[in-house]
Design a protein. Structure first.
Length: 405
């Protein structure tokens, strides 16, 4: 029992220190209180040969039950769910009611073990369910540790139920005597250790994940930044998935900033991003490369399919009104599209081809799509030839140009 007490105290101190630094996190406050109550309960149980049983067995087990319920409640707070404070209270009241008002229960160690085992089984299922729901929203490694630990804990306590009947525990001088009781007591110590580690780690893992997301996301628009865009595109290409890359640049964006201020420019950028996200399919990678320039990677799309998506973006942007302090701002977008890009072509080369196409679209009047051939980009920037070159002059797709020529 001394080991169990030490574990509860150590994690109570660690969680309290964490909460003192991050007071905006309610789960840390709940877990801190829970572990201090658990430490107090373990202290009472460790003194069962010295103090009256009402304090040691009765109060000690009641506090440990309440502490377990608060650990579950902290998980709900961690995931932003409603806090059902009555849930930890109900089994605690059940325990105290049985211990105080049912003499046969108070004197029967096997009845006490059976009730505690049932409560632990219920809490184990609740822990697993809550962690499973949270895993679907925010996968974190320690969630699996909690689910695994509580699954084992629940199964072991289910095994205890028939054992109190077929091989009941005997008490002598306040000490439980049984061939199996010591093994189950050891499991409780291990379970407390692993759960404490997991709960403490959950917050660290979330903070780490948030820092990682922040390093990948453009602060203004909420889409991938240049580095994250390249990483996600490379992920597709490592799996052998080719596709098309388009560079999008808002036309005359500097005029918006100069005429109406940077606040207006920011609103235009955010409105444009929201429009693009509504149009793009789920598997497409979209990012802001800097300023008013964006990039789109369309995996497993040929040039015609990529052009259809880009043309829809262009036309929708053209019709997108942005209101700013009584002024109606309009925008157009020029697009450089590099289609039919094999997975093995260097991404820097492909972006260079798309950038040349974007420059051609700007040079030839803006608000249009220009093309580059990604299938020929084997380590160098190749000139556009044939239908692609002509398409740069007209804003049509290569297929449309061939049909009209």
């Amino acid at each position: 029992m001394a080991c169990l007490l030490a574990i509860w105290v150590v994690f109570a101190v660690l969680l309290t220190m964490a909460w003192s630094l991050e007071r905006q996190r309610p789960e840390l406050a709940i877990w801190s209180v829970g572990f201090w109550l658990g430490a107090l309960g373990a202290l009472f149980l460790s003194l069962r040969t010295i103090l009256p049983e009402g304090l040691t067995i009765g109060l000690g087990n009641g506090l440990l039950i309440l502490a377990t319920g608060l650990a579950w409640l902290g998980i709900r707070a961690f995931d932003g769910l409603s806090l059902k404070f009555w849930v930890p209270v109900v089994p605690t009241v059940l325990w105290f009611g049985a211990f105080l008002f049912w003499p046969g229960f108070r004197e029967d160690v096997n009845a006490r073990i059976a009730l505690v085992s049932v409560i632990i089984i219920v809490f184990s299922v609740m822990f697993i369910r809550s962690m499973w729901q949270g895993e679907a929203i925010e996968p974190l490694p320690s969630r699996k540790l909690v689910m695994g630990t509580m699954a084992v804990h629940g199964v072991i306590n289910a095994v205890r139920l028939p054992l109190v009947v077929v091989a009941p525990v005997m008490e002598q001088g306040g000490i439980a005597l049984s061939a199996w009781h010591g093994v189950f007591t050891f499991e409780i110590v291990v379970n407390t250790l692993f759960c404490g580690m997991a709960l403490f780690s959950l917050g660290r893992e979330r903070v780490t994940a948030e820092y990682k997301r922040a390093s990948q996301i453009d602060a203004l628009t909420g889409v991938f930044n240049r580095r994250a865009f390249s990483d996600h595109v490379d992920g597709y290409r490592r799996r052998g998935v080719g596709g098309a890359i388009a560079l999008l640049d808002l036309d005359h964006f500097k005029r918006v900033n100069d005429s109406y201020g940077h606040g207006a420019g920011d609103k235009v950028l955010c409105a444009f991003v929201a429009m693009v996200q509504d149009i793009l399919p789920q598997d497409v990678v979209f990012g802001r490369l800097g300023g008013e320039e964006f990039a789109v990677y369309l995996p497993a799309r040929n040039r015609g399919e990529a052009h259809a998506v880009c043309e829809r973006l262009r036309r929708t942007a053209e019709a997108l009104p942005v209101d700013w302090k009584g002024n109606r701002l309009t925008l157009t977008v020029s697009i450089g599209l590099c289609g039919d890009v094999p997975a093995g072509v260097d991404l820097g080369v492909v972006l260079g081809l798309a950038d040349r196409a974007l420059y051609a679209a700007k040079r030839n009047g803006r608000n249009r799509i220009a093309f580059a051939d990604g299938s020929e980009g084997q380590g160098e920037l190749l000139p556009r030839v044939g239908p692609a070159e002509a398409a740069c002059q007209t804003g049509t797709s290569p297929a449309e140009h061939q049909a009209s020529s």
